[in-house]
Design a protein around this ligand. Sequence first.
Ligand code: ACK
Length: 279
Amino acid sequence: MATADLPDHENHHNVIEIDYNEIQQIKIVGEGSFGVVYKGKWKNTFVAVKNITREEEKKAFLIEVRQLSRVDHDNIVKLYGACTKGLNICLVMEYAEGGSLFNVLHRSNLYYTMAHAMSWAYQCSKGVQYLHAMQPKPLIHRDLKPPNLLLINGGINLKICDFGTAADKNTYMTNNKGSAAWMAPEVFTSSNYTEKCDVFSWGIILWEVLSRKKPFYNQCSSAFSIMWAVHKGKRPPLLRDCPPPIENLMTSCWDQDPRNRPTMDEIVCKMEIICSLLP
Ligand code: ACK
């Protein structure tokens, strides 16, 4: 099978070139950090197709193809291939029929238990643990948030998507990658942040799945005011009836100083203990 036409220095891991004409378009499902995502069918399999709509989006597209081609984990969306040679530039990935966790949390009345919420947070931590353990350098996602967490198997399994802003550690870190409500303070104030920015975002996600509230919603009127408040130390309110081990883990992830936040390995370990004790 042909490989995709991507810059050599990008070190892609043989991304399969897909013929755009072989994809049957079914419906548009939404917009990602770049491009339009639609549901399609390719070789008798449902796929999600992310099309770039403007030339300026090509850089994020190449980053996403490069990063997704390097990863292989149950909690990360799978890349099937890409269309890079024709007029339609797109990446083709597995289709997650459950849509995003954001929709389940905030746009549906679906009932779920604390065990479900903890399982989503746990699966997210497993995916990020894998990214942070990548060699030769950790891969930092930089935009972890419920709209980028997809659900499959009736909402049971979770997969991280949207790698358009992911970066290897120690590449020059551009400020302001990510989305304000989940963004660690050092991301908008410095250029040498580490994988601990994903730990911060994960702590906010844990709060969000347990509270079913949008972080900083109704408290800050703009992305800038959220960043300012977080920079000044503001965090989402503590939850009533939250078991202390969960609260401690959550607040440690929010520490202003990234060095005081746990590593993803420590989070996975603590989540396994906490989840084993849940009713
Ligand atoms: O919440 P959603 O329905 O799930 O809307 C967003 C939108 O596209 C922008 O990200 C959906 N989406 C993204 N990737 C996939 C995928 N692989 N499978 C199914 N839906 C996807 C996401």
